[in-house]
Write a protein that binds this ligand. Structure first.
Ligand code: UGA
Length: 442
């Protein structure tokens, strides 16, 4: 959509017919702020199809932007990339620049090049151009990149210039192009995501220590970020940890790549294990709150705010919130009311594949979950809190930033609050008569 907005003529191909049918109608198959508007605004420059020959006819450049989920042993599963490459090779009708946008391990670009060339006598110029956009603000990130990384072998200089040209209309802040060899570009993507994940695990580790020595982690992070070498955009918000379709799988894939060639990455192994420990730490805090009110887990009625892995997206892949729900169900809680501004729990359950297996295996447990929808999010929160023993903030949607604790106290059976994203001042919420646990904030 963004490339079309920059004046390029774009044909989008997907093998998923439902997705293409929605896009043809001007509807976005995912929730991403601004995407539907951009789609409708650029109708003239956008075409949608499931047919390779018509998509590739007269194309100058083709972008591969398919998923690379975690495969066995954490390695990136390249099935979709390879299958797209084969189809491109089969159906291309002239020389082509092929840009890989999917996150792939070092060496994949060259492998893709071989797969395509095995199918055709036309020439391709293989480029790696990893994406650095965040879900929830994807359009802004695409249009205002910090850098555009372009990796290609030296012989493909012309193709690099063509790609720069394509980006001209969308690179609004004139960000630098980082031109490197193909393999280095592939590594820049993994290195960036893994470094951001490292920051998150570092601050989460520190948050536990801060709590024990009566220090507020949010103050610590603020103080750190003012150091220019650390930076105001550093990923130093302590909480329930990272989820989503990128950090967990990319950290795993880099560790797996290291293992494969005997070059271990012990730091990243710890990053992953710190992140994995957070759901259990959060569960311990919830149990502590309930114990203090003499509420047994099997009798507890729980209200959870936020299902998506982060605010402003409908994506629940590897969501820490969903993992916590799984943990609570396994502990045998009596009922869980969930509220999310965008995610539809029942639809997700029907889709099934995105939910952790252990959640799905136990149909009785799943019946304990009810999604609350009100006129607005705060109404829904009230419904969820009725007779609840604990309120849990799992994903920090803006809609949950103005909770009316005074009112909630009146309708809850036990006023307990687990602020797992450190969104509220502990003292303030306590002043309304709540017992509060958080992830290291005072
Ligand atoms: C991430 C990167 O930020 C993008 O640059 C990259 O392009 C993308 O992955 C990708 O590889 O496609 P995304 O996963 O959409 O983007 O979301 P982030 O904003 O990075 O957040 C990831 C997770 O970290 C979320 O669960 C979020 O709650 C958590 N997080 C983030 C923290 O726990 N603390 C922080 O300080 C920041």
């Amino acid at each position: 959509m963004c490339l079309a907005d920059g004046g390029n003529n774009i044909t989008c191909l997907d093998i998923d017919e439902d997705k293409i049918a929605m896009l043809k109608k001007g509807e976005s198959p995912i929730y991403e702020p601004g995407l539907t508007e951009l789609l409708q605004k650029n109708k003239k420059h956008l075409h949608f199809t499931t047919d390779y020959p018509s998509a590739l006819k007269d194309a100058d450049v083709v972008f591969i932007a398919v998923g690379t989920p975690s495969g066995e042993n954490g390695e990136a599963n390249l099935t979709y990339v390879k299958s797209a490459a084969k189809s491109i090779g089969k159906h291309m009708t002239g020389d082509l620049v092929v840009v890989n946008r999917s996150t792939v391990p070092v060496g994949t670009g060259h492998e893709v090049e071989k797969i395509i060339q095995a199918e055709t006598s036309y020439k391709i110029s293989m480029i790696s151009c990893p994406e650095f956009l965040r879900e929830g603000c994807a359009i802004y990130d695409f249009m205002n990149p910090d850098r555009v990384v372009i990796g290609a072998d030296a012989k493909h200089e012309k193709a690099v210039e063509l790609l720069k040209d394509i980006y001209k209309g969308v690179n609004k802040n004139d960000a630098p192009f980082v031109v490197s060899d193909l393999r280095s570009a592939e590594m820049i993507k993994y290195a960036s995501n893994s470094f951001l994940a490292t920051q998150i695990s570092y601050i989460n580790d520190l948050a536990q220590l801060c709590q024990d020595v009566d220090v507020d982690i949010t103050e610590v992070a603020r103080g750190m970020k003012l150091d220019k070498r650390i930076g105001k955009h550093a990923f130093l918000s302590a909480g329930l940890g990272y989820g989503g379709s990128c950090f967990p799988k990319d950290v795993q894939a880099l560790i797996a790549l290291g293992k494969k060639i005997g070059s271990h990455l012990p730091l990243l192994e710890q990053v992953e294990s710190v992140n994995e420990s957070l759901v259990e730490i959060a569960f311990g805090k919830i149990k502590k709150l309930l114990d203090a009110r003499d509420v047994k887990l099997e009798n507890a009625k729980v209200a959870i705010l936020g299902l998506s892995f982060k605010p402003n997206t409908d994506d629940i892949r590897d969501s820490q919130s969903v993992k916590l729900i799984g943990r609570l169900l396994r502990a045998g809680v009596s009922a869980i009311n969930v509220v999310d501004p965008i995610v539809h729990w029942e639809k997700e359950v029907k889709r099934g594949s995105l939910l952790p297996k252990r959640l799905l295996d136990d149909k009785t447990s799943l019946g304990k979950i009810t999604q609350m929808n009100g006129g607005d999010a705060l109404e829904a929160v009230k419904l969820a809190c009725k007779d609840a023993d604990i309120l849990i903030l799992a994903t920090e949607w803006n809609n949950f930033m103005n909770l009316q604790f005074e009112d909630l106290k009146k309708i809850m059976r036990n006023p307990c609050f687990a602020d797992l994203r450190n969104a509220y001042s502990k003292k303030e919420v306590e002043s309304y008569g709540f017992r509060v646990e958080n992830m290291g904030r005072k």
